[in-house]
Design a protein around this ligand. Structure first.
Ligand code: TYM
Length: 388
């Protein structure tokens, strides 16, 4: 049985609701009991993707896993698998939220598998006394438009809002809830006697999509969601399902510091998918934490510290796909040939390019909305099914 599932340390903390400090990912792997993505696994995926590996797996942003080797085996031997990820809707999605969706879409393209996307309007509502269901439902709609813009296959993707799809999930939710006891959930999520009972019950609802098919499920998400999967893995087999497999990502840091994760609670430190070019430029130029030196003279002499430089990390993590270009930036910036203002300009341009493409695709999302939620091939099958 899982015991302590939160990592809380003097210098960093990772829970589904909070990430603070400089996260030591090696230590997280040990404490959560997950595995580093090995060279063998990378080679295998590279073969299947014909050498076109996504930047996020090449650069180790997706760095840890459980049972990814078994997923590849199931694929190779024809049993197949499916993908599952999700989102607790909020007023606006930021670039950090996009990471699991971009990677899930890439996996769908490579393996041609079904994707289930859970929109937890219930979770969001129950977690904050100030929110109304009307609000979380409106945010859900807006966030779904952003998710559709990522480009999933409409016949193999089902996006569902918990408050709406619950009717079809409820029998299986009850079987899961019956296997979870109070002290397990309390210990896993650090709840106390004042926590509302909705939050106590909620893990059963985040676990249920891992059992939508009698195949192994692969979940791409940041490592903060891991506690749910630990619970799932304790109860899945007795219920006749596979233990969920996961591929975990690191956190995109906030603009203002290389610690913690980008979060909507500090708006100037996050870049939203709706931010206009001028805003993006201003946020990056003004707030992005720099590992460069305080004066041009010192920068030319000593160069930048890439380990704490946020513009460099963002470029490395997602925005500069080209390996030779990122190497050039690293070498020029760390040697002092490139100045802080220059790397920030490069980043602002790249971010605006991605956001502009995103906005264009998002304009077409409304047209595709019904297919993803109700009448695409997979969506229709899912509405006809009751999960019991
Ligand atoms: P939510 O809405 O907090 O986050 C959505 C997804 O984004 C990831 N994420 C990040 N990834 C990288 N860098 C960041 N700064 C960053 N911030 C957030 C999260 O790990 C998540 O994958 N309870 C969930 C909703 C959910 C879910 C799921 C998530 C339901 N079912 C299955 C993943 C998989 C939530 O609150 O996500």
């Amino acid at each position: 049985m899982s015991v302590l599932l939160r990592v809380q340390d003097d210098d960093f903390k990772v829970t589904p609701w909070e990430v603070t400090g400089r996260v030591d990912y090696e230590r997280l792997i040990q404490q959560f009991g997950t595995q580093k993505i090995s060279k063998d696994i990378l080679n295998e995926i590279s073969k299947i993707s014909r050498g076109k590996m996504h930047v996020m797996i090449r650069r180790d942003i997706f760095f840890s896993h459980r049972d990814l080797d078994l997923i590849l085996k199931d694929y190779a031997e024809g049993r197949g698998f499916f993908l599952y990820t999700g989102r607790a809707p909020s007023l606006g999605m930021h670039i950090g939220h996009l990471i699991p969706f971009l990677f899930t879409k890439w996996l769908q393209d490579v393996f041609d598998v079904n994707v289930y996307i859970e929109i937890t309007d219930d979770e969001k509502f129950m977690r904050n006394q100030d929110y109304t269901l009307k609000q979380t439902s409106e945010w859900a709609h807006q966030n779904i438009l952003d998710i559709i813009a990522v480009g999933f296959n409409p016949d193999k993707t089902f996006i569902f809002k918990d408050t709406e799809y619950i009717r079809n999930m409820y029998p299986l939710v009850t079987s899961i809830a019956k296997k979870l006891n109070f002290s397990q959930v309390k210990a896993t999520f650090g709840l106390d006697a004042s926590s509302n009972i909705g939050i106590l019950f909620y893990p059963a609802i985040q676990i249920v999509p891992t059992m939508f098919e009698k195949k192994r499920c692969l979940i791409p998400a940041a490592i903060d969601q891991d506690p749910y999967w630990r619970l799932q893995r304790d109860l899945a087999e007795p219920l006749g399902y596979y233990k969920a497999a996961e591929v975990h990502s690191k956190f995109l840091p906030p603009l203002a510091s290389s610690d913690g994760k980008m979060s909507s609670s500090i708006p100037e430190s996050a870049v939203y998918l709706s931010d206009q070019p001028k805003t993006v430029e201003k946020k990056i130029m003004k707030y992005a934490f720099s590992g460069g030196q305080a004066t041009t003279e010192l920068q030319r002499k000593l160069g930048a510290n890439l380990n704490v430089d946020v513009p460099y990390q963002w470029l490395y993590y997602i925005f500069e796909d080209d390996d030779s270009e990122i190497q050039r930036i690293a070498s020029e910036y760390s040697s002092g040939k490139m100045l802080t203002g220059e790397i920030k300009k490069i980043l602002a341009q790249k971010v605006n390019q991605l956001l502009e493409e995103h906005r264009k695709k998002r304009e077409k999302s409304e047209e595709a909305y019904l297919r993803f939620l109700y009448d695409g091939k997979l969506a229709r099958q899912m509405w006809e099914r009751v999960h019991s």
